[in-house]
Design a protein around this ligand. Structure first.
Ligand SMILES: CC(C)(COP(=O)(O)OP(=O)(O)OC[C@H]1O[C@@H](n2cnc3c(N)ncnc32)[C@H](O)[C@@H]1OP(=O)(O)O)[C@@H](O)C(=O)NCCC(=O)NCCS
Length: 189
């Protein structure tokens, strides 16, 4: 399995740039997170922990360490040079040839099919070049947008993990939907 992560991946509309730890990226990431707290906080714990640019920079440095170990790669999404969110391939397991995809987008750019496009770009790279066999997408059962992306990208619903995590936002246990796609189900576009 070859884990040579590309610096850029291109789609029809989107440019995915590997999220490297630079002050410039940390600044636009922080501004975007700060503007989108209501949109992000129900689904992730990290927006609350991101209170200044330095927090985003630390995230990028930590991410880079994991990228060097081959367990995660994060790409920043750009549309006409505007930063609109991130997509990651994480929990990369070289032995099982499996990984998970996670994503978020600025609320202002949702419902344009950008995340569907980004998943398509990243899974192509994962199946065709990184040697993965299985990709998983997991989300809160209540997260209709995230589940909608998995379904639109033809990920198969495997089931529901009952109360498998705790949501500070909803102050209760969370049911997690699990979707996956295998290399044998992946169709080259
Ligand atoms: C989840 C998220 C990344 C989706 O991004 P997006 O670019 O708007 O998704 P797409 O436009 O590719 O939508 C694909 C499909 O998902 C479904 N969908 C998307 N948003 C939806 C919503 N708000 N409600 C119901 N279904 C939705 C639709 O079926 C849509 O296809 P359609 O527009 O042709 O009907 C975005 O809503 C987001 O950033 N949410 C907050 C962060 C988050 O929840 N991340 C995932 C955590 S697991």
């Amino acid at each position: 399995m070859s884990l040579k992560f590309k610096n850029q991946l291109k789609g029809k509309r989107l440019l995915l740039k590997r999220a490297k730890p630079t002050l410039g990226l940390a600044e636009i990431m922080f501004l975007t997170i700060d503007k989108n707290r209501q949109h992000l906080e129900p689904w992730f714990p990290w927006p609350k922990l991101t209170q200044k640019v330095e927090d985003s920079l630390k995230y990028l440095f930590d991410d880079e360490e994991k990228t060097k170990k081959g367990t995660i790669v994060t790409y920043s999404l750009f549309i006409n040079k505007e930063y609109i969110g991130n997509i990651s391939l994480f929990n990369i397991d070289g032995k099982k040839k499996s990984a998970e995809i996670g994503y978020w987008l600025a609320a202002s750019h949702t419902r344009n099919g950008y995340t569907t496009e980004a998943v398509g770009i990243l899974e192509k790279e994962a199946f065709e070049n990184l040697g993965l066999n299985r990709i998983q997408i997991k989300c809160d059962e209540r997260n209709l947008a995230s589940a909608g992306v998995a379904e639109k990208c033809s990920y198969k619903k495997e089931g529901l993990l009952r109360e498998d995590s705790f949501s500070e936002h909803f102050n209760g246990f969370r049911n997690t939907l699990c979707f996956s796609k295998l290399k044998s189900e992946y169709k080259k576009q």
